[in-house]
Write a protein that binds this ligand. Structure first.
Ligand SMILES: [Zn+2]
Length: 495
Protein backbone atom coordinates (compact mmCIF):
# COMPACT_ATOMS: atom_id res chain seq x y z
CA UNK A 1 0.00 0.00 0.00
CA UNK A 2 1.30 3.42 -0.89
CA UNK A 3 2.37 5.69 1.95
CA UNK A 4 -0.16 8.40 1.00
CA UNK A 5 -3.01 5.87 1.10
CA UNK A 6 -1.88 4.72 4.52
CA UNK A 7 -1.80 8.26 5.85
CA UNK A 8 -5.19 9.06 4.35
CA UNK A 9 -6.72 5.94 5.86
CA UNK A 10 -5.12 6.78 9.19
CA UNK A 11 -6.64 10.25 9.11
CA UNK A 12 -10.03 8.86 8.19
CA UNK A 13 -9.91 6.35 11.01
CA UNK A 14 -9.13 9.18 13.42
CA UNK A 15 -12.03 11.26 12.15
CA UNK A 16 -14.50 8.38 12.29
CA UNK A 17 -13.47 7.31 15.77
CA UNK A 18 -13.53 10.93 16.98
CA UNK A 19 -10.00 10.53 18.34
CA UNK A 20 -8.19 13.88 18.30
CA UNK A 21 -5.98 13.90 15.25
CA UNK A 22 -2.78 14.74 17.12
CA UNK A 23 -3.17 11.88 19.60
CA UNK A 24 -1.84 9.30 17.20
CA UNK A 25 1.24 11.33 16.37
CA UNK A 26 2.42 13.34 19.35
CA UNK A 27 2.22 13.33 23.12
CA UNK A 28 2.33 17.12 23.55
CA UNK A 29 -0.64 19.16 22.36
CA UNK A 30 0.09 21.15 19.23
CA UNK A 31 -0.26 24.96 19.21
CA UNK A 32 -3.77 24.70 17.75
CA UNK A 33 -4.99 22.96 20.90
CA UNK A 34 -3.37 25.50 23.20
CA UNK A 35 -5.29 28.20 21.30
CA UNK A 36 -8.51 26.26 21.64
CA UNK A 37 -7.95 26.08 25.40
CA UNK A 38 -7.53 29.86 25.47
CA UNK A 39 -10.88 30.23 23.67
CA UNK A 40 -12.58 27.96 26.16
CA UNK A 41 -12.03 30.42 29.03
CA UNK A 42 -15.15 30.47 31.18
CA UNK A 43 -17.81 32.97 30.18
CA UNK A 44 -19.60 34.52 33.15
CA UNK A 45 -22.91 36.37 33.16
CA UNK A 46 -23.99 37.71 36.54
CA UNK A 47 -27.68 38.56 36.97
CA UNK A 48 -28.30 40.96 39.84
CA UNK A 49 -31.47 42.25 41.49
CA UNK A 50 -33.83 39.46 40.42
CA UNK A 51 -36.69 37.79 42.30
CA UNK A 52 -36.27 34.06 41.79
CA UNK A 53 -38.92 31.38 41.31
CA UNK A 54 -36.74 28.30 41.74
CA UNK A 55 -39.15 25.83 40.08
CA UNK A 56 -40.51 24.49 43.38
CA UNK A 57 -41.09 26.98 46.20
CA UNK A 58 -44.26 29.09 45.96
CA UNK A 59 -42.34 31.97 47.59
CA UNK A 60 -40.12 34.13 45.39
CA UNK A 61 -36.59 34.65 46.69
CA UNK A 62 -36.31 38.43 46.54
CA UNK A 63 -33.30 40.53 45.57
CA UNK A 64 -31.10 37.66 44.43
CA UNK A 65 -28.09 37.34 42.16
CA UNK A 66 -27.55 34.40 39.83
CA UNK A 67 -24.18 33.57 38.30
CA UNK A 68 -24.08 31.71 34.99
CA UNK A 69 -20.82 30.08 33.94
CA UNK A 70 -20.83 28.89 30.34
CA UNK A 71 -24.02 26.84 30.05
CA UNK A 72 -24.86 26.21 33.69
CA UNK A 73 -25.82 28.03 36.88
CA UNK A 74 -22.83 28.27 39.17
CA UNK A 75 -24.34 30.09 42.13
CA UNK A 76 -27.57 31.60 43.43
CA UNK A 77 -27.31 33.98 46.37
CA UNK A 78 -27.70 37.43 47.89
CA UNK A 79 -24.15 38.68 47.46
CA UNK A 80 -22.22 36.93 44.77
CA UNK A 81 -18.77 38.24 44.06
CA UNK A 82 -18.44 39.26 40.44
CA UNK A 83 -15.86 37.09 38.69
CA UNK A 84 -13.28 39.03 36.74
CA UNK A 85 -14.60 39.95 33.31
CA UNK A 86 -18.17 38.86 34.08
CA UNK A 87 -20.93 40.66 32.20
CA UNK A 88 -23.52 42.03 34.62
CA UNK A 89 -27.21 42.01 33.75
CA UNK A 90 -29.19 44.21 36.14
CA UNK A 91 -32.56 42.44 36.44
CA UNK A 92 -34.17 45.61 37.88
CA UNK A 93 -36.44 43.59 40.15
CA UNK A 94 -37.84 41.38 37.42
CA UNK A 95 -38.91 37.80 38.15
CA UNK A 96 -36.53 35.06 37.08
CA UNK A 97 -38.00 31.63 36.36
CA UNK A 98 -36.50 28.50 34.84
CA UNK A 99 -37.21 28.02 31.14
CA UNK A 100 -40.62 26.36 30.76
CA UNK A 101 -40.85 22.64 29.97
CA UNK A 102 -43.73 21.24 27.92
CA UNK A 103 -43.96 17.60 28.99
CA UNK A 104 -46.43 16.50 26.29
CA UNK A 105 -45.57 17.92 22.92
CA UNK A 106 -45.78 16.51 19.38
CA UNK A 107 -43.47 18.76 17.40
CA UNK A 108 -43.74 16.68 14.22
CA UNK A 109 -47.52 16.85 13.95
CA UNK A 110 -47.89 20.36 12.59
CA UNK A 111 -49.14 20.25 9.01
CA UNK A 112 -51.83 22.88 8.39
CA UNK A 113 -54.71 20.40 8.31
CA UNK A 114 -53.89 18.37 11.41
CA UNK A 115 -52.47 14.97 12.17
CA UNK A 116 -54.01 12.60 9.71
CA UNK A 117 -53.28 14.73 6.67
CA UNK A 118 -49.61 14.33 7.49
CA UNK A 119 -49.77 10.95 5.85
CA UNK A 120 -51.48 11.95 2.69
CA UNK A 121 -50.65 15.54 1.85
CA UNK A 122 -47.14 16.22 3.10
CA UNK A 123 -43.88 14.34 2.94
CA UNK A 124 -41.39 14.10 5.78
CA UNK A 125 -39.31 16.99 4.48
CA UNK A 126 -42.29 19.33 4.73
CA UNK A 127 -43.14 17.79 8.13
CA UNK A 128 -39.66 18.65 9.34
CA UNK A 129 -39.87 22.20 8.01
CA UNK A 130 -43.20 22.76 9.79
CA UNK A 131 -41.69 21.27 12.94
CA UNK A 132 -38.63 23.48 13.11
CA UNK A 133 -40.69 26.59 12.37
CA UNK A 134 -42.93 25.82 15.35
CA UNK A 135 -40.08 24.74 17.59
CA UNK A 136 -38.44 28.09 17.08
CA UNK A 137 -41.30 30.60 16.86
CA UNK A 138 -43.95 29.01 19.06
CA UNK A 139 -41.85 27.09 21.54
CA UNK A 140 -38.33 28.45 22.15
CA UNK A 141 -39.18 32.11 21.46
CA UNK A 142 -42.16 31.88 23.84
CA UNK A 143 -39.88 30.79 26.70
CA UNK A 144 -40.37 27.02 26.44
CA UNK A 145 -36.77 25.85 26.47
CA UNK A 146 -37.41 22.09 26.70
CA UNK A 147 -40.05 19.78 25.28
CA UNK A 148 -40.77 16.16 26.00
CA UNK A 149 -41.81 14.99 22.57
CA UNK A 150 -44.12 12.11 23.30
CA UNK A 151 -44.92 10.41 19.95
CA UNK A 152 -43.11 11.57 16.89
CA UNK A 153 -39.68 11.35 15.47
CA UNK A 154 -37.80 14.64 15.63
CA UNK A 155 -34.61 12.87 16.74
CA UNK A 156 -32.42 14.18 13.95
CA UNK A 157 -33.91 17.66 14.30
CA UNK A 158 -32.99 17.48 17.99
CA UNK A 159 -29.49 16.49 16.97
CA UNK A 160 -29.21 19.48 14.60
CA UNK A 161 -30.45 21.82 17.35
CA UNK A 162 -27.93 20.49 19.84
CA UNK A 163 -25.12 20.86 17.31
CA UNK A 164 -26.07 24.53 16.91
CA UNK A 165 -27.25 24.24 13.29
CA UNK A 166 -30.91 25.04 13.99
CA UNK A 167 -32.61 27.11 16.72
CA UNK A 168 -35.01 25.26 18.97
CA UNK A 169 -35.69 23.84 22.42
CA UNK A 170 -34.03 20.89 24.09
CA UNK A 171 -35.85 17.74 23.03
CA UNK A 172 -36.49 14.60 25.05
CA UNK A 173 -38.21 12.38 22.51
CA UNK A 174 -39.82 8.96 22.69
CA UNK A 175 -39.42 8.50 18.94
CA UNK A 176 -42.42 6.85 17.32
CA UNK A 177 -45.18 5.92 19.79
CA UNK A 178 -45.86 2.19 20.00
CA UNK A 179 -49.44 1.18 19.29
CA UNK A 180 -51.32 -1.96 18.35
CA UNK A 181 -52.84 -2.32 14.88
CA UNK A 182 -55.97 -0.21 14.89
CA UNK A 183 -54.77 1.73 17.94
CA UNK A 184 -53.99 5.37 18.62
CA UNK A 185 -50.77 5.13 16.61
CA UNK A 186 -52.37 3.60 13.51
CA UNK A 187 -52.82 6.45 11.08
CA UNK A 188 -53.01 4.38 7.92
CA UNK A 189 -56.18 5.04 5.95
CA UNK A 190 -59.07 2.63 6.34
CA UNK A 191 -58.62 1.47 2.75
CA UNK A 192 -54.90 0.85 2.76
CA UNK A 193 -54.63 -2.67 1.28
CA UNK A 194 -53.92 -5.55 3.67
CA UNK A 195 -50.77 -6.51 1.73
CA UNK A 196 -49.25 -3.13 2.41
CA UNK A 197 -50.17 -3.20 6.10
CA UNK A 198 -48.77 -6.74 6.44
CA UNK A 199 -45.58 -6.05 4.54
CA UNK A 200 -44.95 -2.90 6.53
CA UNK A 201 -46.42 -3.96 9.83
CA UNK A 202 -43.81 -2.05 11.82
CA UNK A 203 -44.77 1.25 10.33
CA UNK A 204 -48.25 1.52 8.93
CA UNK A 205 -47.68 5.04 7.84
CA UNK A 206 -45.27 7.03 5.77
CA UNK A 207 -43.58 8.90 8.58
CA UNK A 208 -41.93 7.33 11.61
CA UNK A 209 -44.07 9.18 14.12
CA UNK A 210 -45.73 6.01 15.37
CA UNK A 211 -45.56 2.26 15.09
CA UNK A 212 -48.41 -0.20 14.68
CA UNK A 213 -47.09 -3.47 16.01
CA UNK A 214 -48.58 -6.68 17.37
CA UNK A 215 -46.99 -9.06 19.86
CA UNK A 216 -44.20 -8.64 22.41
CA UNK A 217 -41.43 -9.29 19.90
CA UNK A 218 -42.61 -6.56 17.57
CA UNK A 219 -42.86 -4.22 20.57
CA UNK A 220 -39.29 -5.13 21.47
CA UNK A 221 -38.07 -4.26 18.01
CA UNK A 222 -39.91 -0.94 17.88
CA UNK A 223 -38.68 0.05 21.35
CA UNK A 224 -35.09 -0.88 20.57
CA UNK A 225 -35.20 0.91 17.22
CA UNK A 226 -36.35 4.07 18.98
CA UNK A 227 -33.68 3.78 21.65
CA UNK A 228 -31.07 3.13 18.99
CA UNK A 229 -31.96 6.43 17.34
CA UNK A 230 -31.70 8.40 20.57
CA UNK A 231 -35.12 8.13 22.22
CA UNK A 232 -35.02 9.11 25.89
CA UNK A 233 -38.03 7.00 26.94
CA UNK A 234 -40.74 4.76 25.48
CA UNK A 235 -44.27 5.94 24.69
CA UNK A 236 -47.00 3.33 24.35
CA UNK A 237 -50.69 3.51 23.59
CA UNK A 238 -52.71 1.99 26.43
CA UNK A 239 -56.19 2.76 25.14
CA UNK A 240 -58.30 4.55 22.57
CA UNK A 241 -57.73 8.11 21.44
CA UNK A 242 -59.72 11.16 20.50
CA UNK A 243 -58.03 12.00 17.22
CA UNK A 244 -57.68 8.50 15.74
CA UNK A 245 -60.20 6.60 13.66
CA UNK A 246 -60.42 2.98 14.72
CA UNK A 247 -60.20 3.12 18.51
CA UNK A 248 -63.08 4.11 20.80
CA UNK A 249 -61.91 5.62 24.11
CA UNK A 250 -63.17 2.60 26.07
CA UNK A 251 -60.85 0.03 24.49
CA UNK A 252 -57.53 -1.17 25.84
CA UNK A 253 -54.40 -0.70 23.74
CA UNK A 254 -51.29 -2.85 24.07
CA UNK A 255 -52.02 -6.25 25.63
CA UNK A 256 -50.56 -7.33 29.00
CA UNK A 257 -47.59 -9.17 27.52
CA UNK A 258 -46.88 -6.28 25.15
CA UNK A 259 -46.89 -3.71 27.98
CA UNK A 260 -44.74 -5.97 30.14
CA UNK A 261 -42.22 -6.22 27.31
CA UNK A 262 -42.12 -2.47 26.74
CA UNK A 263 -41.48 -1.95 30.46
CA UNK A 264 -38.78 -4.61 30.43
CA UNK A 265 -36.95 -3.01 27.49
CA UNK A 266 -37.23 0.44 29.07
CA UNK A 267 -35.88 -0.84 32.40
CA UNK A 268 -33.06 -2.67 30.66
CA UNK A 269 -32.03 0.69 29.26
CA UNK A 270 -32.41 2.54 32.56
CA UNK A 271 -35.38 4.56 31.34
CA UNK A 272 -39.18 4.40 31.61
CA UNK A 273 -42.50 3.96 29.81
CA UNK A 274 -45.09 6.71 29.40
CA UNK A 275 -48.63 5.66 28.53
CA UNK A 276 -51.48 7.28 26.65
CA UNK A 277 -54.54 6.12 28.56
CA UNK A 278 -57.90 7.44 29.70
CA UNK A 279 -59.71 5.07 32.01
CA UNK A 280 -59.32 2.86 35.07
CA UNK A 281 -58.77 -0.39 33.15
CA UNK A 282 -55.74 0.83 31.27
CA UNK A 283 -54.36 2.78 34.27
CA UNK A 284 -54.71 -0.43 36.31
CA UNK A 285 -52.86 -2.52 33.72
CA UNK A 286 -50.00 -0.03 33.50
CA UNK A 287 -49.74 0.56 37.26
CA UNK A 288 -49.41 -3.18 37.82
CA UNK A 289 -46.84 -3.65 35.04
CA UNK A 290 -44.48 -0.79 35.92
CA UNK A 291 -45.27 2.13 33.61
CA UNK A 292 -44.17 5.39 35.25
CA UNK A 293 -45.63 8.37 33.36
CA UNK A 294 -49.43 8.43 33.09
CA UNK A 295 -50.74 10.80 30.40
CA UNK A 296 -54.33 12.02 30.14
CA UNK A 297 -56.43 9.82 32.47
CA UNK A 298 -59.45 12.02 32.06
CA UNK A 299 -61.99 9.24 32.58
CA UNK A 300 -60.47 7.69 35.71
CA UNK A 301 -62.30 7.36 39.03
CA UNK A 302 -61.44 8.97 42.35
CA UNK A 303 -60.47 5.52 43.67
CA UNK A 304 -57.86 5.22 40.93
CA UNK A 305 -56.53 8.68 41.79
CA UNK A 306 -56.17 7.63 45.43
CA UNK A 307 -54.36 4.44 44.38
CA UNK A 308 -51.91 6.48 42.30
CA UNK A 309 -51.28 8.94 45.12
CA UNK A 310 -50.66 6.08 47.57
CA UNK A 311 -48.16 4.52 45.15
CA UNK A 312 -46.45 7.87 44.53
CA UNK A 313 -46.17 8.67 48.23
CA UNK A 314 -44.63 5.25 48.89
CA UNK A 315 -42.22 4.95 45.94
CA UNK A 316 -41.91 8.44 44.36
CA UNK A 317 -41.74 6.72 40.98
CA UNK A 318 -44.90 7.65 39.06
CA UNK A 319 -46.32 10.89 37.73
CA UNK A 320 -49.60 12.18 36.34
CA UNK A 321 -49.10 14.23 33.18
CA UNK A 322 -51.93 16.74 32.84
CA UNK A 323 -53.00 18.20 29.46
CA UNK A 324 -55.23 20.94 30.78
CA UNK A 325 -55.94 23.08 27.73
CA UNK A 326 -56.65 20.21 25.35
CA UNK A 327 -58.91 18.39 27.80
CA UNK A 328 -60.74 21.27 29.46
CA UNK A 329 -60.63 24.13 26.94
CA UNK A 330 -60.51 22.46 23.54
CA UNK A 331 -62.73 19.60 24.63
CA UNK A 332 -64.86 21.89 26.76
CA UNK A 333 -67.74 21.67 24.32
CA UNK A 334 -68.59 20.23 20.92
CA UNK A 335 -68.06 23.60 19.23
CA UNK A 336 -64.58 24.34 20.63
CA UNK A 337 -63.12 21.10 19.24
CA UNK A 338 -60.53 21.33 16.43
CA UNK A 339 -62.30 21.84 13.10
CA UNK A 340 -60.61 18.83 11.47
CA UNK A 341 -62.25 16.39 13.93
CA UNK A 342 -65.11 14.21 12.69
CA UNK A 343 -68.47 14.13 14.51
CA UNK A 344 -67.45 10.93 16.36
CA UNK A 345 -64.12 12.41 17.38
CA UNK A 346 -65.92 15.46 18.73
CA UNK A 347 -68.26 13.27 20.82
CA UNK A 348 -65.22 11.49 22.27
CA UNK A 349 -63.74 14.89 23.08
CA UNK A 350 -66.82 16.06 24.99
CA UNK A 351 -66.57 13.00 27.29
CA UNK A 352 -62.91 13.78 27.91
CA UNK A 353 -63.59 17.44 28.76
CA UNK A 354 -66.11 16.44 31.44
CA UNK A 355 -63.84 13.84 33.03
CA UNK A 356 -60.79 16.10 33.00
CA UNK A 357 -62.30 18.60 35.42
CA UNK A 358 -62.90 15.82 37.93
CA UNK A 359 -59.50 14.19 37.47
CA UNK A 360 -57.71 17.53 38.01
CA UNK A 361 -59.76 18.26 41.13
CA UNK A 362 -59.04 14.84 42.70
CA UNK A 363 -55.34 14.84 41.78
CA UNK A 364 -55.01 18.27 43.40
CA UNK A 365 -57.00 17.35 46.52
CA UNK A 366 -55.09 14.13 47.17
CA UNK A 367 -51.66 15.60 46.43
CA UNK A 368 -50.50 13.74 43.32
CA UNK A 369 -47.10 14.47 41.75
CA UNK A 370 -47.97 16.27 38.51
CA UNK A 371 -46.29 17.59 35.38
CA UNK A 372 -47.91 19.77 32.74
CA UNK A 373 -47.87 19.02 29.05
CA UNK A 374 -49.83 20.93 26.46
CA UNK A 375 -50.51 18.19 23.85
CA UNK A 376 -51.09 21.26 21.65
CA UNK A 377 -50.06 20.85 18.06
CA UNK A 378 -51.28 22.02 14.65
CA UNK A 379 -51.51 25.68 13.64
CA UNK A 380 -54.09 27.54 15.65
CA UNK A 381 -53.15 25.65 18.81
CA UNK A 382 -49.38 25.67 18.82
CA UNK A 383 -49.30 29.48 19.02
CA UNK A 384 -51.25 29.22 22.30
CA UNK A 385 -49.23 26.58 24.16
CA UNK A 386 -48.73 28.67 27.30
CA UNK A 387 -52.51 28.76 27.79
CA UNK A 388 -52.02 25.26 29.21
CA UNK A 389 -50.50 26.96 32.28
CA UNK A 390 -53.28 29.51 32.64
CA UNK A 391 -55.73 26.62 32.23
CA UNK A 392 -54.10 24.88 35.22
CA UNK A 393 -55.14 27.85 37.34
CA UNK A 394 -58.70 27.72 35.99
CA UNK A 395 -58.71 24.00 36.94
CA UNK A 396 -58.01 24.89 40.58
CA UNK A 397 -54.23 24.94 40.92
CA UNK A 398 -52.37 28.02 42.18
CA UNK A 399 -50.18 29.92 39.69
CA UNK A 400 -47.08 28.68 41.55
CA UNK A 401 -48.33 25.08 41.24
CA UNK A 402 -48.96 25.55 37.52
CA UNK A 403 -45.40 26.84 37.08
CA UNK A 404 -44.04 23.96 39.16
CA UNK A 405 -45.81 21.45 36.88
CA UNK A 406 -44.02 23.12 33.96
CA UNK A 407 -40.57 23.53 35.58
CA UNK A 408 -39.37 21.83 38.77
CA UNK A 409 -41.53 18.69 38.61
CA UNK A 410 -40.87 18.34 34.88
CA UNK A 411 -37.11 18.49 35.48
CA UNK A 412 -37.37 15.60 37.95
CA UNK A 413 -39.26 13.38 35.50
CA UNK A 414 -36.88 14.18 32.62
CA UNK A 415 -34.06 12.73 34.71
CA UNK A 416 -35.92 9.40 34.85
CA UNK A 417 -34.38 8.80 31.41
CA UNK A 418 -31.19 7.75 33.24
CA UNK A 419 -28.47 6.69 30.82
CA UNK A 420 -30.73 7.71 27.91
CA UNK A 421 -30.90 11.33 29.15
CA UNK A 422 -29.71 13.46 26.23
CA UNK A 423 -28.68 16.28 28.63
CA UNK A 424 -27.10 14.35 31.46
CA UNK A 425 -24.71 16.87 32.98
CA UNK A 426 -26.94 19.25 34.94
CA UNK A 427 -30.45 19.64 36.37
CA UNK A 428 -33.35 21.07 34.40
CA UNK A 429 -36.41 23.08 35.40
CA UNK A 430 -34.85 24.85 38.34
CA UNK A 431 -32.88 27.98 39.18
CA UNK A 432 -30.23 26.40 41.38
CA UNK A 433 -26.55 25.59 41.42
CA UNK A 434 -25.70 22.92 38.85
CA UNK A 435 -28.76 23.46 36.70
CA UNK A 436 -28.50 24.19 32.99
CA UNK A 437 -28.66 27.94 32.32
CA UNK A 438 -32.22 27.90 30.93
CA UNK A 439 -33.50 31.21 32.28
CA UNK A 440 -36.38 33.63 31.70
CA UNK A 441 -36.92 37.19 32.98
CA UNK A 442 -40.47 38.52 33.31
CA UNK A 443 -41.99 41.88 34.14
CA UNK A 444 -44.30 41.21 37.07
CA UNK A 445 -44.78 38.09 39.18
CA UNK A 446 -46.25 35.08 37.38
CA UNK A 447 -46.50 33.17 40.69
CA UNK A 448 -49.33 35.54 41.54
CA UNK A 449 -50.61 36.55 38.12
CA UNK A 450 -50.23 33.64 35.72
CA UNK A 451 -51.95 35.51 32.87
CA UNK A 452 -48.93 37.74 32.36
CA UNK A 453 -47.02 34.86 30.77
CA UNK A 454 -49.32 35.17 27.75
CA UNK A 455 -48.15 38.75 27.12
CA UNK A 456 -44.93 38.43 25.10
CA UNK A 457 -43.94 42.03 25.89
CA UNK A 458 -43.56 40.95 29.55
CA UNK A 459 -40.99 38.28 28.64
CA UNK A 460 -37.71 40.18 28.38
CA UNK A 461 -35.04 37.56 28.39
CA UNK A 462 -34.75 33.98 27.13
CA UNK A 463 -31.57 32.02 27.77
CA UNK A 464 -31.17 28.38 26.82
CA UNK A 465 -27.98 26.50 27.54
CA UNK A 466 -26.25 29.78 28.36
CA UNK A 467 -27.13 31.30 24.98
CA UNK A 468 -29.39 34.32 24.72
CA UNK A 469 -32.33 34.06 22.31
CA UNK A 470 -34.35 37.08 23.42
CA UNK A 471 -33.07 40.14 25.23
CA UNK A 472 -34.66 43.54 25.67
CA UNK A 473 -32.75 44.23 28.90
CA UNK A 474 -29.15 45.09 28.10
CA UNK A 475 -26.72 45.74 25.26
CA UNK A 476 -27.35 42.83 22.92
CA UNK A 477 -24.06 43.35 21.09
CA UNK A 478 -21.97 42.13 24.00
CA UNK A 479 -19.77 39.18 22.96
CA UNK A 480 -20.94 37.10 25.92
CA UNK A 481 -24.36 36.90 24.32
CA UNK A 482 -23.12 34.24 22.04
CA UNK A 483 -25.41 34.06 19.07
CA UNK A 484 -24.54 30.73 17.52
CA UNK A 485 -22.69 27.64 18.62
CA UNK A 486 -23.59 26.16 21.97
CA UNK A 487 -21.14 24.36 24.18
CA UNK A 488 -21.94 20.82 23.17
CA UNK A 489 -23.91 19.29 25.99
CA UNK A 490 -25.75 16.45 24.34
CA UNK A 491 -23.99 13.25 25.25
CA UNK A 492 -25.67 10.95 22.84
CA UNK A 493 -24.32 11.85 19.43
CA UNK A 494 -20.78 11.78 18.11
CA UNK A 495 -20.74 15.50 17.37
ZN1 LIG B 1 -50.55 13.50 22.87
Amino acid sequence: MKLRTLITRGLMACAVGAVPLYAAFAAAPPPAQAEAKEEQKAIHILFTNVNVFDGFSPELKKGMSVLVENNSIKEVGKNIEKPEGAYVVDGKGRTMTPGLIDMHQHVMLNPPEGTVSYQTRWDEAAGGAFAIHHMNHNILMKGITTVRDIAGDPLDIAKAIDMGHLPGPRVYSSGGAISQTGGHGDWAGRNVPQEILQNHQDVTQLSQNSWSVDGPDAVTRAARMNLRRGAAFIKVMGGGGVASEFDPLDILGLAEDEVARAVEIAKDNGTYVAVHAYHDESYDRHLRLGTRSFEHGFLISEDMVKRMVTKYKKDKDIVWSFQCFMSINSFGSYDTMPAFFTHEQKLKGVAVGKGARNAAKWMNQHGMFIVGGSDMFSPGLVERIKEDLTCNVKAGFTPAQALKHWTGNAGIVLKWSGPKDPYPTYKLGTIAKDAYADILLWDGDPTHNIDLILDESKLHFIMKDGLVYKNTVVDAEHPYFRPAKAPLTRGQYPL
